[in-house]
Design a protein around this ligand. Structure first.
Ligand SMILES: Cc1cc2nc3c(=O)[nH]c(=O)nc-3n(C[C@H](O)[C@H](O)[C@H](O)COP(=O)(O)O)c2cc1C
Length: 455
C-alpha cells in the first residue's frame, strides 16, 4: 500500500473476489449504505446520534453529498494508465496517497479501542491520522502505537492559552508533524438528534482524554482555575453546569427515581472514564471536576486573527486552519503565513444551510493560488469523491465518518478495510478516467451534471 505504483485498486478487488470464491464475504460492507447500516446496528442510540447527526435539519450534510453528485467525471481514453502514481508531498513528507484521516472526537462511542484502533490502522497503511483534541485516548498512547507513521494534531483553542501551549508541546513531543487549528467550532452547533436524547458525551467524561492526561489541565483542576476570569480561584461554581446538565437529563424525562438513577449512572461513567478507572476514582471528586472544568473552558468564541500569533510562537510545526470556506479568509490566512487550509464544514455538524465544502473548494483554491496546500473534507464517501476533490483544486482529501463506521463494525480491521476500499476506488477511478498521476488530475476531467446532460 505504501509504494507508489502499487496497483492497489486491482489488488484489493482480487483479494475480495478470491475470498468470495472461497465463500467469504467482506465483514465490513464495501457499499456505503450497507456500511452505514452495519455501523448503526453496532451502536447505541446516543452514539449513532452523535456520530451520524448534523446541525439543524441536516441540510448541510445533504449539500455536501449533492455537491459531489453534481460533478461528473469525463474520462479520457488511450492514456497508458498501467502505472499510476498516487503519492503526494505534504510539508516535506512524501505520502503514498492523497488521503488523510479527519480528526474525530469521542471514538469510544463507536468502539472500545477507539483512537488506538484508528492509529494502528492508519499506521499500517501510512495514511496520516489527525489526532482529535476530543479524543478518547491520549495522543501519546496513539503515537506510541504508530512507530514513525505520520500523524498530526488537531487543536481546539480553549479559554486557557497555557493549555493550548501544553497541547502543542505534547503534539510536538509525540511526533506530530502539523497542527490543525479547527475554527468552526467556537461553539457547538445546534444538533437536534443529540438534543432530543439530551445526550452530550463530554458530560459523561467521554472524549476528554487529551485534557485529563494534560499536566496543565490537571494542575488547573487542583488550583480551581476560573475560565470566566482567567484567574485561579477557590471556587469556580459560577462557570459550572448545573447538576441536571451534568447528569445528562433527557427532555420529557418522567419519574424522579429514574432521574436519580441517571445522575448516578452519569457520575459512575465520569469516574470510569477518568484516568485510573472506576475503582480508583470511586471516592474522588476529580472526575466530576474535570468534566466541569472542561465544559467551562473548552472553547473560545472570542478568538480572532490576531490570536494566531500566539500559536505561531508556540511551534515551528506547520499550522493549518480547518473550517475555512470563504476565499477572503483563505487569502488572509496566506498573508499571515499560515501553512495550509482544510476546507471543511465539519461534516454539516455546525451550521444548517452552510455551503458544501466541495462547493467552497474551487474559490478557496483559486484564492490561495498554489501558495499553500488546500485540503478538503465533508461528504467524502469513496474514491471517486477523492478524484473529484483533487480535480477541483485540493492537494489532499480527508476521510471522516466512513472510517468511524469501519471502526464500529470491526475495530482496527474495519478502519483498514474502509481506507483500503476508498484508496482502491480512487486508484481505479484515476486510471479509468485516463490519469496516471494523482497530482495532476485536470479540472477538465469534471463537468457539471447539467452540462453533461444537455450535451
Ligand atoms: C463524530 C464526529 C466528531 C468530530 N470531532 C471532531 C473534532 O474533534 N475535531 C475536528 O476538528 N473535527 C471533528 N469532526 C469533523 C471532522 O473532522 C470532519 O470535518 C467531518 O467528519 C467531515 O465530514 P464527513 O465525515 O461527513 O465526511 C467530527 C466529526 C464527527 C462526525
Amino acid at each position: 500500500m505504501s509504494q507508489t505504483h502499487a496497483d492497489i485498486g486491482r489488488k484489493r478487488q482480487r483479494e475480495i473476489y478470491l475470498a468470495g470464491a472461497g465463500g467469504r464475504r467482506p465483514e465490513v460492507p464495501v457499499a456505503w449504505t450497507e456500511l452505514e447500516k452495519a455501523a448503526q446496528s453496532t451502536m447505541s442510540r446516543e452514539a449513532w446520534a452523535y456520530i451520524a447527526g448534523g446541525a439543524g435539519r441536516e441540510s448541510t450534510m445533504d449539500a455536501n453529498r449533492a455537491a459531489f453528485e453534481r460533478w461528473r467525471i469525463v474520462p479520457r481514453v488511450l492514456c497508458d494508465v498501467e502505472k499510476r502514481d498516487l503519492s503526494i508531498e505534504l510539508f516535506g513528507q512524501r505520502l503514498p496517497t492523497p488521503l488523510l484521516l479527519c480528526p474525530i472526537g469521542v471514538l469510544e462511542m463507536a468502539h472500545r479501542e477507539a483512537d488506538l484502533a484508528v492509529a494502528r490502522a492508519a499506521a499500517a497503511l501510512r495514511v496520516p491520522y489527525i489526532f482529535s483534541n476530543q479524543a478518547s485516548v491520549p495522543m501519546e498512547t496513539c503515537a506510541a502505537a504508530m512507530g514513525d507513521a505520520p500523524r498530526w494534531f488537531q487543536l481546539y483553542w480553549s479559554k486557557s492559552n497555557a493549555l493550548v501551549a501544553s497541547f502543542v508541546r505534547r503534539a510536538e513531543a509525540c511526533g506530530c508533524s502539523a497542527i490543525v487549528l479547527t475554527l468552526d467550532t467556537t461553539m457547538l452547533g445546534w444538533r437536534p438528534r443529540d438534543l432530543d436524547l439530551g445526550s452530550l458525551p463530554f458530560l459523561r467524561g467521554q472524549g476528554i482524554a487529551q485534557y485529563t492526561s494534560d499536566p496543565v489541565f490537571r494542575a488547573q483542576l487542583k488550583e480551581g482555575w476560573n475560565a470566566a476570569s482567567g484567574r485561579v480561584e477557590e471556587s469556580a461554581s459560577g462557570t459550572q453546569p448545573s447538576h441536571e446538565a451534568t447528569a445528562g437529563r433527557r427532555p420529557r424525562s418522567t419519574s424522579l427515581s429514574s432521574l436519580n438513577l441517571e445522575i448516578i449512572a452519569t457520575a459512575l461513567e465520569q469516574k470510569a472514564n477518568f484516568p485510573g478507572g472506576l475503582l480508583k476514582n470511586l471516592t474522588s471528586g476529580d472526575p466530576r471536576a474535570a468534566v466541569q472544568r472542561f465544559m467551562a473552558t473548552y472553547s473560545r468564541p472570542s478568538l480572532q486573527w490576531d490570536d494566531l500569533k500566539y500559536l505561531r510562537q508556540q511551534t515551528k510545526l506547520p499550522v493549518l486552519l480547518k473550517g475555512v470556506l470563504h476565499p477572503d479568509d483563505a487569502r488572509k490566512a496566506v498573508e499571515l503565513g499560515i501553512d495550509g487550509l482544510v476546507v471543511s464544514n465539519h461534516g454539516g455538524r455546525q451550521i444548517d444551510g452552510e455551503i458544501a465544502s466541495l462547493d467552497a473548494l474551487p474559490a478557496v483554491a483559486e484564492a490561495v493560488n498554489g501558495k499553500i496546500p488546500v485540503l478538503v473534507d465533508s461528504g467524502v464517501r469513496g474514491g471517486a469523491d477523492v478524484f473529484k476533490a483533487l480535480a477541483l483544486g485540493a492537494t489532499a482529501v480527508c476521510l471522516g465518518r466512513p472510517y468511524v463506521y469501519g471502526l464500529a463494525v470491526a475495530g482496527q480491521q474495519g478502519v483498514e478495510e474502509v481506507i483500503g476500499n476508498v484508496l482502491a476506488e480512487f486508484d481505479l477511478t484515476l486510471g479509468l478516467a485516463g490519469c496516471a498521476n494523482g497530482r495532476e488530475v485536470p479540472r477538465a476531467a469534471l463537468q457539471q451534471q447539467s452540462i453533461v446532460r444537455s450535451g
